[in-house]
Each structure stands twice: as structure tokens, then as C-alpha cells.
Ligand binder design. Structure first.
Ligand code: SF4
Length: 372
């Protein structure tokens, strides 16, 4: 059996987020909050800061509230059954089944998107968005599950659930499944992609943000804006101040990038403004990552068709950017903003987009990847 708190954390982090993105953040999170009690006692802002870049921040808030609930109401002990786990904030059927089977050995099936795809293909069924189809798949998943371990040490239901999730994530891929490597190919009725309903088309939006920096003694500070606590997306998180699109007409951004949230692709442009005599700080070691590509023309401005791929970021040389008029004056007056020392940025609950832009521009350090 696995540590229930760590299992809960990993299942929440892995919702809507790739394993490669989660690995480092998971370790950092467990280092900072090694126990459920440590998480319960933390400030929400510290929890959100560690979640920054993973997106879907409601998950972090619910996890934090869940930990507080367990400490306050359940004497710090996570419930052992899926039915009880579902009473925790932010824990749905899937997460409850995953924790109950992996951490406590309960024989209850998980049905996430990956497992659903594997089962549909094994059964030779098309995807169908109906409660009846889902209930039928859930019943099949439950029938396939081995019973609870008779002897201590093993965990057949937890192992089975993890194997099904892994099969969907690594072999039975949404596009071009690796059927020749599949351990259940002999039982599979599809052996390839299955029929799926048409997805909602992605929307494209152009947004602009301001990177404003200033020097205070030897400290470089960045202007950040706090999103409203009632915003539907990322309430209370900090971001680079959004600019009205009228303010950017005729200006050249220092950075263009693409950022996707749910079914919207954002075509993002970052404009730079410095206090007089101060240019954005560019870390020496990151210059290669953000220098403009030699001989490459900057893409044309601002049409919806100009959406760039993530790895096709164009960054202008900040020293060549001419500030035509004070962009700071174009910011709406009512928002809550503050100047923050660049060295403190990594401890703040930044939106994923703000983190990405600040790292690409070299204002914020990129975490070192640990291998092994
Ligand atoms: Fe998926 Fe192919 Fe395996 Fe069937 S044989 S479960 S389609 S990987």
C-alpha cells in the first residue's frame, strides 16, 4: 500500500496534467508539505505558489481545504473507503476510487479517460456521451477488478487499477495506439483508434500583458496584478497586468507565445516598459533560450491566424523596443497591483501564463531539472 496523503496529492496533480509536468512539482510539494497536517497548517498563498504552472488552481484550493477538513474533523486520518473519501472537498468518484484502491487496497474500479478508452477499444465500442454508456463501462471495469488481497503485502485491486491507467497513458494512446506492444492485444476487438464524437472546436483569443520593471537600489522589481477573488478563472492569482488591446496598436511585443486553457488557445503578446534608464533584467545563462533567432523575421502581428506553436516563441531584443508612450498609463485604474522583487517571484501564486512569460524573458529563473 502507498502513503495515502501522497497518493491523494499525486491523483489531484495528475488530473488534466501530464506526468512529465507533474513529477518535479510533486517532489517540491512533498518537500514543503511532507504531511497532511503540514499542508493543513499552510497559508493558501504558499500552496498556490507551489501549484503555479500546473493550472486548474481550484484543485490546489480544494486539496488544501480537504487537508484542513481531515485534520479538524477526522483527527488527521484519511478515510479508507471510496464512499467516505468522496465526502472530502474536491474528491470526486475517480479520485476516491484511486486513493481507496491504491492506498487502502479496496476493490473499487477507477474510470478515468485513459481507462475508459482502453475498455471501449477492448469491447469494440464507439465513444458515447451518455450516463447509461458510462454506467455500463463502470460496471465492466468493476467486474474486471481482482478481489482484495488475502495475505498482507500485496494489493491486487490497486495494482490492477494502476496497470489500467498506465496502459491507457503509455500504450493505448488516443492517436496511433501501440497495439504491437499491448499486453491485451489478444482480447482486443478494436486494435486501433475507436470512433469518438466530434469535439467542441478550440477558440482563439488575442491577449496582451505588460512587463513593467523598475530598479530599487540593487533590486529589480516587477509589476504584478492580482486577479479578482470573484474571477471565474484563477481567482486571486497574480499575473502580469493585462493591457487593453487598443493600447498595443502599432507597438511591437517583446514576446509572443501561445497558452492554452481548457478549450481556448490564447495568442499572447507581452509588451515591455521600464522605469527610465532601466531595461528588463535578462539572466546571462538564459540568453540563448530567449535571444531572437538570427535571420528570422518576426511573425506578422495580431491576427487570429498567427497563432504560434509553443516552441515557436519569438522574443524581440528588449533594448530595441521603443516605448512610444507610457503603457503604464493605459492600465485600468481599479485593479490591485504591486511591485514585487524579481527574486521573490517563485514564491508567489503566479498564473501559469505569467510564470511562462517571466521565465521565457529571463526575469524569473527556470527550475533546474533533476535527473535520477
Ligand atoms: Fe488499445 Fe491496441 Fe491494446 Fe486494443 S490492442 S487495448 S487498441 S493498444
Amino acid at each position: 500500500m502507498k502513503n495515502p496523503y501522497a497518493t491523494w496529492l499525486s491523483e489531484i496533480m495528475l488530473q488534466q496534467t501530464r506526468v512529465a509536468t507533474v513529477i518535479d512539482r510533486y517532489s517540491e510539494f512533498l518537500q514543503k508539505f511532507p504531511t497532511l497536517r503540514a499542508l493543513a497548517n499552510a497559508d493558501e498563498a504558499d500552496v498556490l505558489a507551489l501549484w503555479s504552472g500546473l493550472g486548474y488552481y481550484r484543485r490546489a484550493r480544494m486539496l488544501h481545504r480537504g487537508a484542513q477538513f481531515v485534520v479538524r474533523e477526522l483527527r488527521g486520518k484519511l478515510p479508507h473507503t471510496a464512499a467516505e473519501l468522496r465526502t472530502l472537498p474536491g474528491v470526486g468518484a475517480y479520485t476516491a476510487a484511486a486513493i481507496a484502491s491504491i492506498a487502502f487496497g479496496q476493490s473499487v474500479a477507477v474510470l478515468d479517460g485513459n481507462v475508459e478508452r482502453v475498455l471501449l477499444r477492448l469491447l469494440g465500442r464507439d465513444e458515447e456521451n451518455s450516463a447509461h454508456a458510462r454506467a455500463s463501462l463502470m460496471a465492466t471495469a468493476q467486474r474486471l477488478l481482482p478481489p482484495v488481497a488475502e495475505k498482507p503485502g500485496g494489493n491486487p485491486p490497486g495494482d490492477h487499477n494502476q496497470a489500467m491507467m498506465e496502459l491507457g497513458a503509455m500504450v493505448c494512446l488516443p492517436r496511433s495506439p501501440l497495439c504491437l506492444q499491448c499486453p491485451v492485444v489478444a482480447f482486443c476487438k478494436t486494435r486501433g483508434e475507436h470512433v469518438t464524437p466530434q469535439r467542441t472546436p478550440q477558440q482563439i483569443r488575442l491577449v496582451a500583458h505588460l512587463l513593467a520593471v523598475r530598479k530599487r537600489g540593487v533590486t529589480t522589481e516587477v509589476l504584478l496584478e492580482r486577479r479578482s477573488s470573484t474571477a471565474s478563472l484563477m481567482p486571486g492569482m497574480m499575473e502580469l497586468p493585462p493591457l487593453p488591446l487598443e493600447a498595443i496598436a502599432g507597438r511591437e511585443p517583446v514576446l509572443r507565445l501561445r497558452h492554452a486553457i481548457t478549450n481556448t488557445n490564447y495568442n499572447v503578446q507581452i509588451f515591455s516598459e521600464s522605469a527610465r534608464g532601466v531595461q528588463p533584467t535578462i539572466h546571462e545563462e538564459q540568453n540563448t533560450a530567449i535571444a531572437p533567432t538570427e535571420g528570422r523575421e518576426p511573425p506578422a502581428l495580431s491576427t487570429e491566424d498567427d497563432l504560434l506553436d509553443d516552441d515557436e516563441v519569438f522574443v524581440a531584443d528588449p533594448n530595441e523596443v521603443t516605448v512610444v508612450a507610457r503603457l503604464l498609463d493605459e492600465l485600468p485604474a481599479e485593479a490591485e497591483r504591486e511591485w514585487v522583487a524579481a527574486g521573490l517571484l517563485q514564491h508567489l501564486p503566479l498564473t501559469g501564463l505569467a510564470r511562462k512569460a517571466l521565465q521565457r524573458l529571463g526575469v524569473m529563473a527556470v527550475p533546474k531539472v533533476q535527473i535520477g
